[in-house]
Write a protein that binds this ligand. Structure first.
Ligand code: IPM
Ligand code: MG
Length: 356
């Protein structure tokens, strides 16, 4: 089992180190190989996703990814910015299926900005299509407007597009995932305005015929954004496009109290996957030893389950995380009175001890 370890920028290196520590504490054999990515790779090799990092990622069974980005790179040309590394990996490896669970842990119910009764026991799964939509659609660019409200003015444009097979395959992923849960899928679209999402809705409805045991409903994205804060527990699996999924998954993360707790998985059709915390590189707290490593540790658990066929080890890690929370250990992002504040390394050590 070969794992490419790509820590990236900001808190990426600190949190990935803890996840690696947890992996090494399991009695499994892995080959771990580390490479720079994002701003770190730009500094080292002049490109956020150097050829050597990309080929390592391609050759691995799974990728453990930290985070990329720093304000100091905001002025670079777009192809050289750290974010291009993650977009490039998604595209090059065909990682079209992004799983973003939002689980509210019992001990953290009060960390949510929503009333505890709204989020207690919350367990939803957002499945975001990750290689299509307006993120990758061509053409895109800047030009002088030929028409519109201000002909002759500078304008910018992007292209939102989805093909039938792209929608079919992500719909199947969602229905299959729902079968292992409470068998409900909400497909989120904007079919009332956009052609792209009318096709989305039509295709999801067609694919649903193969999954009569799963309930399907459709919701416009604006309403979904509202329902997520009004009655989040009414959802089970949400399936949506790349951009809506980007926005809704950040919104959903806050229901759980801290984005520092949320893992994610991005898979291709060979079950090769990239595993990363849902949060970013947090340059403001980088190097201070206070970042929450649990999302990355939980991402390593997802990696064991989805790409490495080690479901039992994944269960063990997840149980260990619950145990450290029950012990009252908290990084600052999830700290509340009466609990014990710990740093990144102490939290990782506690998970390792809980595994034993
Ligand atoms: C995410 C991030 C990325 C995205 C950025 C960093 C390109 O926000 O993974 O949600 O927009 O997909
Ligand atoms: Mg995002």
């Amino acid at each position: 089992m070969k794992i490419a370890v790509l820590p990236g920028d900001g808190i990426g290196t600190e949190i990935v180190a803890e996840a690696v520590k947890v992996l090494k504490a399991l009695d499994l054999k892995f080959e771990l190989e580390t490479a720079p990515v994002g701003g770190a790779a730009y500094e080292a090799a002049g490109h956020p996703l150097p050829e050597s990092t990309l080929s390592l990622a391609k050759s691995a069974d799974a990728i453990l990814f930290g985070a990329v980005g720093d304000w100091k790179y905001d002025k670079l040309d777009r192809p050289l910015r750290p974010e291009q590394a993650i977009l490039g990996l998604r595209k090059a490896l065909g990682l079209f299926a992004n799983f973003r669970p939002a689980i509210c842990y019992e001990q953290l119910t009060h960390a949510s900005s929503l009333k505890p009764e709204l989020v207690a026991g919350l367990d939803i799964l957002i499945i975001r299509e990750l290689t299509g939509d307006i993120y990758f659609g061509q053409p895109r660019g800047r030009r002088t407007a030929a028409d519109g409200h201000f002909p002759g003015a500078e304008e910018a444009f992007d292209t939102m597009r989805y093909s039938r097979p792209e929608i079919e395959r992500i719909a199947r992923v969602a229905f299959e995932a729902a079968r292992k849960r409470s068998k409900r899928v909400t497909s989120v679209d904007k079919a009332n305005v956009l052609e792209t999402f009318q096709l989305w809705k039509d295709v999801v409805t067609e694919v649903h015929q193969d999954y009569p045991d799963v309930a399907l409903d459709h919701m416009y994205v604006d309403n979904a954004a509202m329902q997520l804060v009004k009655a989040p527990k009414a959802f089970d699996v949400i399936v949506t496009g790349n951009m809506f999924g980007d926005i809704l998954s950040d919104e959903a993360s806050m229901l759980t109290g801290s984005i520092g707790m949320l893992p994610s998985a991005s898979l291709n059709d060979k079950k090769q996957g990239l595993y990363e915390p849902s949060h970013g590189s947090a340059p403001d707290i980088a190097g201070k030893g206070v970042a929450n490593p649990l999302a990355t540790i939980l991402s390593a658990a997802m990696m064991l389950r989805f790409s490495l066929g080690q479901a039992e080890a994944a269960d063990r890690i997840e149980a260990a995380v619950k145990k450290v929370l029950a012990q009252g250990l908290r990084t600052p992002d999830i700290y509340s009175e009466g609990t014990t504040k710990v740093g990144t390394v102490q939290m990782g050590d506690a998970v390792v001890n809980a595994l034993r």
